[in-house]
Each structure stands twice: as C-alpha cells, then as structure tokens.
Design a protein around this ligand. Structure first.
Ligand SMILES: [Zn+2]
Length: 207
C-alpha cells in the first residue's frame, strides 16, 4: 500500500492518497481543497478512487469535498456526529477570519455499516471522539490516519465546538495506544510518527 501526502487548504492540513499499485484502487483521506497536483497524480497513476474518507468535519479537512467528489466521481463519508461541524463551516471559518461562499454538503455517513476496502485490504474505522464528537481514525494495514486526534508529540485542540479533552485522552490511550507500536501514524497536520514513539514521547497524553 502506497501513501502520498498533499498539504492542502487554508491551514495546511495533510490529505492522503492511499493506493494499491496492482489493482489501482485508491482512497483519499481528508479533502481540504481541489488540489490539481493530486488530481494529476491520480490521472497519471491510473488510479480509481473508491471513496473520500473524512477524519472529522472541520473545515480545514472538508472544504474541497464537493469539487473533488465531482472530479473523482467518488462518495465522501464523514461520521454522522460531525454533521454540525460541516453545516457550520462558514460560521466557524468566519471566526478564523476566512470567508467561504457556502458550506460543503456531505451525504454519506460512516455509521451505515458499509465495508470499506482497498483491493482486498479492509479499512478499519476507529471511533476516537475528543477533538470533535465524530472524529475517527482509519487503520489500513500498518498505517493509521489519525486526523486531529493524534499528532507527532501532540494532540488536536479540544477548545472548539464538540471538543472534550477527557474523551480525547481516552481515545488516544484506550484505542490508539493499544495498537501495534510499529504502526505508522499519518496525522491531519505535521509529520508522521509511530504509535511506539508517541507512547514514549507524547507529553500531552500522560497515561
Ligand atoms: Zn480539526
């Protein structure tokens, strides 16, 4: 499984293109803008993007979703609990001093019992509330896409709508830190890390 990282959107979020070289099946994780470099790579590599999977509903991870859905002809999914985040995109962005014409529309939800795969590999959805109510991480083989739940030596903020530090702490310690230590973590912002490294070095999560 190959992972390519694209830094995109108004506050530099990581969007990840994950694909299987043999079958050409791919998934896009988070979608911050209509990014031409990403579209060119998908075309040049001959990939079939099956889904756009969102780690949570914050604007910096979902702003490109409607344009990219059209370009890729792929459905975009978010956890139902983060609908209020998506529906309040313009208002939340105004608080950050950024204007946006209209809120993204997301019509597919992760809680519909759908079985997500790339080639024959299952995409596991781990519910990790705390940064937002509907925050999730995606585990594909030995790669974890952690959104704004876990960063390299840090975690996502919990002072925005739906944030709760105790829940975030629980999600990291009880869900993520129970995963294999060799798993590579690809966060929503900043460099990648591993579960083992974060267990030793993440000073925000004392456990
Ligand atoms: Zn966020």
């Amino acid at each position: 499984m190959i992972v390519k990282t694209y830094i995109a959107g108004p506050i530099q979020a990581n969007n990840y293109l994950v694909y299987d070289e043999t079958s050409k099946e791919a998934v896009l994780i988070d979608c911050s803008e209509k990014k031409q470099e990403l579209l060119d790579d998908i075309k040049n590599l001959g990939l079939n993007v099956k889904y756009i999977l969102l780690t949570h509903g914050h604007f910096d991870h979902v702003l490109g979703v409607n344009d990219m859905q059209k370009e890729l002809n792929a459905p975009a999914y978010v956890d139902r609990l983060d609908i209020p985040q998506v529906e309040n995109t313009s208002a939340i962005m105004a608080a950050f001093g950024i204007q946006v014409a209209k809120n993204p529309e997301i019509t597919h939800f992760l809680d519909e019992n759908e079985n997500f795969t790339i080639a024959d590999t299952k995409i596991n959805i781990l519910k990790t509330p705390g940064h937002t109510e509907g925050g999730v991480c995606y585990l594909i083989d030995d790669k974890l896409f952690s959104g704004d739940t876990l960063f390299c030596e840090s975690v996502g903020r919990t002072d925005l709508m739906g944030g709760d530090f105790n829940k975030l702490h629980k999600s990291v310690v009880e869900v993520l830190f129970n995963l294999d230590e060799d798993i590579t973590v690809y966060p929503g912002h900043g460099p990648s890390t591993t579960i083992g490294y974060e267990k030793k070095n993440n000073e925000i999560i004392h456990f």
